[in-house]
Design a protein around this ligand. Structure first.
Ligand code: URA
Length: 233
């Protein structure tokens, strides 16, 4: 990270103030005077006016939560609604990676690791997210094929999706649908577009990471292997 952003994030001053300190030759990195724009990491020893900066490196935490209904996937809510962060007991400043609708349940990762956040939500990451969906109506093969190939939404065609039928009976159908985009209310809008409004929606997987047996509102820490896996995506 650039030194001005890095020191600003530690509360040293604004980025501009840091730039000025650099210009004035008041900052050293690993014993060397530096020029503006130098990049640093937590491993570098930074001195300002000859005094070492103490970095309180926050421990990184990673939780996998089964989000219940009527819980917001945000760090806070100005309307006082319950958020995914409220459900997790920890002292770090955590936030969810990506979003699930207020009325969608299932797998959501909550962390204080901004780098993992950027990787997982980046559109280029193209990670499949798998949903269990119950819809009104008996869905036809033709409609499922449309969903697989891409349907037209008001923000453009959807990318190919993986759609498998679980059950179809008396005015209802159950499906698994995997998509690799993260548009707003995408699964609901895809199913609306083929006239099968969603009754329930639950996220069951992110890539190969499954929700597992957690009950609604339960959470657990990710294992080191799971964290590595998410970084590899
Ligand atoms: N698609 C939706 O429609 N809602 C979600 O919460 C996630 C994906």
């Amino acid at each position: 990270m650039r030194i001005n952003k890095y020191l600003a994030s530690l509360g040293v001053g604004s980025r501009r103030a840091v730039d000025k300190m650099v210009e004035e030759g008041r900052i050293k990195v690993n014993g060397e005077m530096i020029t503006a724009g130098v990049k640093v990491t937590d491993e570098d020893i930074i001195e300002i006016n000859g005094k070492k900066i103490k970095k309180e490196v926050e421990k990184k935490v990673y939780y996998l939560l089964n989000k219940p209904l009527e819980v917001l996937s945000a760090a806070s809510d100005d309307r006082g609604r319950k958020t995914v962060v409220d459900l997790i007991k920890c002292k770090e400043r955590i936030f969810p990676i990506g979003r699930l609708d207020y009325n969608t349940t299932g797998l959501i990762i909550v962390t204080n690791d901004g780098e993992l956040f950027n990787r997982v939500i980046h559109p280029r990451a193209e990670i499949y997210k798998e949903y269990y969906v119950k819809v009104f109506g008996e869905i036809s093969e033709e409609s499922m094929e449309k969903l697989r190939n891409g349907v037209k939404l008001d923000d453009g065609y959807t990318l190919p999706a993986i759609v498998t039928l679980i059950n179809r009976e008396k005015g209802k159908s159950e499906l698994n649908i995997s998509i690799r985009e993260g548009r707003n209310r995408q699964v609901r809008r895809m199913l609306d577009s083929v006239n099968h409004p969603v009754i329930t929606l639950k996220r069951e997987k992110i890539g190969k990471l499954p929700l597992g047996k957690l009950k609604l509102g339960e959470y657990r820490e990710l294992t080191q292997d799971e964290i590595k896996y998410l970084y590899s995506l």
